[in-house]
Structures are given as structure tokens and as C-alpha cells.
Design a protein around this ligand. Structure first.
Ligand code: MLT
Ligand code: MN
Ligand code: ZN
Length: 298
């Protein structure tokens, strides 16, 4: 038995290319010069007939269709038995609407994320006779899917964009943004698609693990601002950047982690271009750049 992870979607919200974006990366992806990437999701399993999706991306239908191991094996028999949410962001929950066709599965999230879902009546389309909503407390291991034990833990982040009030705490640590520890009892992995800061506690948690898939939203905190695409920095969006003294590459440089993979890349991130200097720099720091269809067996 081994722990199998597949990156279904390596891009952040919007994907690559994003529908309304004519930035360099989006244009290159649109004309096939660099690989397109769908929105943020991975799946995990130890056996073929029992797979968990972590996050339900708006692209989930395409992701399932292009992943043969996620094909149904009979009428209404999907290998997808669980869906786990790491926050309430649109790029992580909108795909739930595409999973509404009378298919039994367990929907795991923190109590706070479940409250957000419950407050959205459109999600009642997930028939409760089939979809079992299961609230998971932080730091309590649970069986996510056959052979996979998951533990959710708080990482610094913020509430979803659509719930932001007049003032926003961007490094909130609680139930709204979580990382996931995954283990089959012998190997382990962490999935952290959104993280505002690498705290000492988080560093200690990640030390020694076999695989960390980590927030790679932006290369540089102000890259969307300087590109003239947005007024928002990464910090304002609750995402730490890859580069710089307080970035994730520096933060991980003296951590022992066997495999480090960036996920949730925004379409402006230069590492999405296979020949960019920034990708070469990340790779020289021991990072792989996640991509759709990337499979890792531990
Ligand atoms: C994020 O990762 O910051 C969010 O997905 C942004 C959004 O909801 O558009
Ligand atoms: Mn996102
Ligand atoms: Zn773009």
C-alpha cells in the first residue's frame, strides 16, 4: 500500500488561462505555448476504488473527465468517496455544485466552513440523502478515505473574499483556513494551498515530512499590482510569496522535507513558464512546480 497523490489542478482561482486575462502567461497558455492549468485541487488514495478529493474546484468536471482513475466503474459508482475542503474560497467549493448528481460521498470540513456552506442555500442541491456533511475538529485525525488518515490544522489566512467585511484580518489562525496532514501509516504528506505565513508551529509540523504541497500563489508579493491587474498584494489575499526574505523558499530552506511542490499558482506567477529564470531558481532551491496530472506515490 502506498499513499498516492495526484494534483488535479495546480492553478489558483481563475486558472491558467483566466477567462478575462491577457497577461503574458495567460496569452502563452491560450495559444498552447505553455501548459494550461486548472484550478486548485488534489486527490489522495491508497486503493483504486476509494479516492478523496481535496477541494472541489470549479474545474472538477474537467479534472474528473481527464483523469482515467476517477472514471466511474459502474452506473453511479464513482471512486470518489470523500471531499475535503481546506477553506471556503470559491475556487475550493464551487465544484460542489458539479457533484450534485445523487452520488454518495462524505463532505469533510471544519465546523466553521460547514456553517458557510449551510448558509448558502444553493448548496442544498447536494442531496443530504447522499452527501454526508461531516464536521472535523482541528488536530483530530480521522479516516478521510480507505487507508488515509487526515488531520486538519490551522494555518494563517483569512475569511473567503465574499465574506470580507470592512476590515480584514489576513493572518487569522482558526477554522477558516487549514492545512491537511495525510498519512497511510508509513508515509506522509501535507497539502497547504493557502498560507499567509510560515509560523514556528507550522515549521515544526512540517519538519521531516515526505511531501509538502505548498501555497505558490505568487512569486512576488506585488506582482499583480505591478502588472496592472489588481490593487491587491499577496499579503492582502492571505498568501505568502515564494521569493524574498519572508517568502516560502527562504522559510523552507532549513527545513527537512523530502519533496517540496508548489501548488495554487496564480496565472501571473512566472514559474508557470517552464523556461523562466524564476522556475529555475525555485528548482535550484529544491522545489518542484506542480502541474495538472502530476502524480506522486509515497
Ligand atoms: C484566494 O486563494 O485568495 C482566493 O481563491 C481568491 C478568490 O476567492 O478569488
Ligand atoms: Mn484560491
Ligand atoms: Zn493572466
Amino acid at each position: 500500500m502506498s499513499l498516492r497523490v495526484c494534483i488535479l489542478g495546480a492553478a489558483a482561482g481563475g486558472g491558467l488561462p483566466q477567462w478575462n486575462c491577457g497577461c503574458e502567461n495567460c496569452c502563452l497558455a491560450r495559444c498552447g505555448e505553455i501548459p494550461a492549468q486548472t484550478q486548485s485541487s488534489v486527490c489522495v488514495s491508497t486503493v483504486n476504488d476509494s479516492v478523496a478529493l481535496i477541494n472541489a474546484s470549479p474545474d472538477v468536471r474537467q479534472q474528473i473527465t481527464t483523469s482515467p482513475f476517477l472514471s466511474p466503474t459502474g452506473p453511479r459508482v464513482s471512486p470518489i468517496k470523500s471531499v475535503l475542503l481546506t477553506n471556503g474560497d470559491i475556487d475550493h467549493i464551487a465544484g460542489l455544485l458539479s457533484l450534485r448528481e445523487q452520488q454518495p460521498f462524505s463532505l469533510f470540513a471544519t465546523p466553521e466552513i460547514h456553517e458557510i456552506l449551510a448558509a448558502n442555500p444553493i448548496l442544498d442541491a447536494l442531496n443530504s440523502a447522499y452527501v454526508k456533511r461531516s464536521a472535523v475538529a482541528l488536530n483530530h485525525p480521522f479516516e478521510l478515505v480507505t487507508g488515509v488518515t487526515a488531520t486538519l490544522y490551522a494555518v494563517p489566512g483569512k475569511v473567503p473574499l465574499y465574506l470580507e467585511g470592512a476590515t480584514v484580518e489576513t493572518q487569522l489562525e482558526g477554522e477558516q483556513t487549514v492545512g491537511v496532514h495525510l498519512t497511510d501509516g508509513s508515509s506522509d504528506a501535507h497539502y497547504i494551498p493557502g498560507c499567509a505565513a510560515l509560523t514556528p508551529a507550522l515549521r515544526a509540523r512540517l519538519q521531516g515530512s515526505d511531501l509538502v504541497m505548498f501555497d505558490g500563489t505568487l512569486w512576488q508579493d506585488d506582482e499583480m499590482v505591478t502588472a496592472g491587474l489588481s490593487q491587491k498584494t499577496g499579503a492582502r489575499m492571505g498568501h505568502m510569496s515564494m521569493s524574498g526574505a519572508t517568502g516560502s523558499m527562504a522559510g523552507f530552506s532549513n527545513l527537512e522535507v523530502a519533496q517540496k511542490v508548489f501548488v495554487h499558482m496564480n496565472n501571473t506567477n512566472p514559474v508557470l513558464r517552464p523556461t523562466s529564470a524564476q522556475r529555475a531558481e525555485a528548482q535550484s532551491e529544491g522545489w518542484a512546480i506542480g502541474h495538472d496530472g502530476m502524480e506522486i506515490s509515497l
